[in-house]
Design a protein around this ligand. Structure first.
Ligand code: NAD
Length: 322
């Protein structure tokens, strides 16, 4: 049974990936420090869910509560890790403008520390579509070779970490793939992201706050599709440094996304001016991931929205959002 590591395994995407790897029969190691960017109660609940999955599938999940910025914590993980899935990060475009320093510490220095220890393992890095910056309408959908012009500290830190990956791959021959995720949604989505934020507000009888006119578009990608992309990338890993967009290749306006929610639960809407750092549109060209990894996103937005609502309702009952 191969050892794999998921950093940030208590988070939204990392917890789903850890469960999928357990189901695939890997011996899963995880590290997370329950960073207080959002409620650690939600993250601890995600860890409990992973442990349940491990029990149900007779699998192994070894969890280390610790920081990727602390070598003593990293050294609790064995050297013999076949593949590292590096998702630990501090996310959030708007927060990164208010408080930029931890973005470079966690997202860049954290990546260097992990690569230093795991330079002989295979490495999958969770990057972000935000590295492209504000792409003009006529240049969408975007492919991987586009020049990167990040417009907020979060996006710049993700770009810098990609560069660290490329450099390590050149110096040590580490096989590294960076996956640029597009606005990921689904159960366990972070509370600062649109689906969770809007559904939670509606369940509490509060209005949904849309930035600007709501005609900005996003390539919303279901977490299950992102997990599949990670598994494929690990199976198809080759020497050198490689980059792939992981999106749904479907552009949806925020107004249409909210309409999907309103079709299922009562909502009330208010509009406020858009903040700095937000891009107008995102849309992935996923031809490369399709061709080289066999990546095919399948989740329809309606079904994905239902899954988000179910999770938000369950979490409210559990008291995770109080
Ligand atoms: N959610 C999205 O739409 C999206 C889009 C593009 C890229 N990404 C990337 O995917 C990854 C996961 O994102 P997410 O939405 O699941 O975020 P998340 O915040 O839910 O998960 C990140 C996890 O990393 C942990 N972490 C933070 N600092 C740490 C440290 N020093 N040591 C150990 N763990 C630490 C946090 O506690 C958290 O559990 C991130 O790298 C993010 O940049 C996410």
């Amino acid at each position: 049974m191969k050892n794999v590591l998921v950093t940030g395994c208590a988070g939204f995407i990392g917890s789903h990936l850890a469960e999928a790897l357990i189901k695939e029969g890997y011996n899963v190691w995880g590290i997370d420090n329950f960073h207080p960017y959002y409620s650690p109660i939600i993250k601890r609940d995600n860890i409990e869910e992973i442990k349940k999955t491990a029990e149900e599938h007779n699998g192994t999940f070894n969890f280390i509560e610790g920081s990727i910025l602390n070598d003593k914590d990293i050294d609790k993980i064995p050297n013999e890790i076949d593949t590292v899935f590096h998702l630990a990060a501090i996310a959030g475009v708007r927060n990164s403008i208010r408080n930029p320093v931890p973005y470079f510490q966690i997202n860049v220095e954290g990546t260097v520390r992990l690569l230093k220890k795991f330079k002989d393992s295979k490495f999958i890095y969770a990057s972000s579509s935000s590295v492209y910056g504000d792409v003009p309408e006529e240049d969408l959908p975007v492919s991987e070779d586009r020049k990167l012009t990040p417009i907020c500290p979060y996006a710049l830190s993700k770009k810098n970490a990609e560069e660290v990956c490329e450099m390590f791959s050149e110096i040590y021959g580490t096989q590294i793939t960076a996956l640029r995720f597009y606005t990921v949604y689904g159960p366990r989505q972070r509370p600062d992201e649109a689906f969770t934020k809007f559904i939670r507000a509606s369940l509490k009888g509060e209005p949904i706050t849309i930035y600007g006119d709501g005609e900005q578009t996003r390539d919303f990608t279901y977490v299950g599709d992102i997990v599949k992309g990670n598994l494929l990338a690990a199976k198809k890993l080759k020497s050198g440094f490689h980059l792939y967009n992981l999106g749904s290749c479907r552009r949806v306006s925020v107004n249409d996304m909210v309409k999907n929610i309103s079709d299922l639960i009562d909502t009330e809407i208010t509009n406020i001016p858009p903040p700095k750092g937000d891009v107008r549109n995102t849309h992935a060209n996923i031809s490369k991931a399709k061709k080289e990894l066999g990546f095919e996103p399948t989740m329809p937005l309606k079904e994905g929205t239902k899954a988000c609502i179910e999770w938000c309702k369950k979490s409210h009952k559990k008291g995770l959002f109080d």
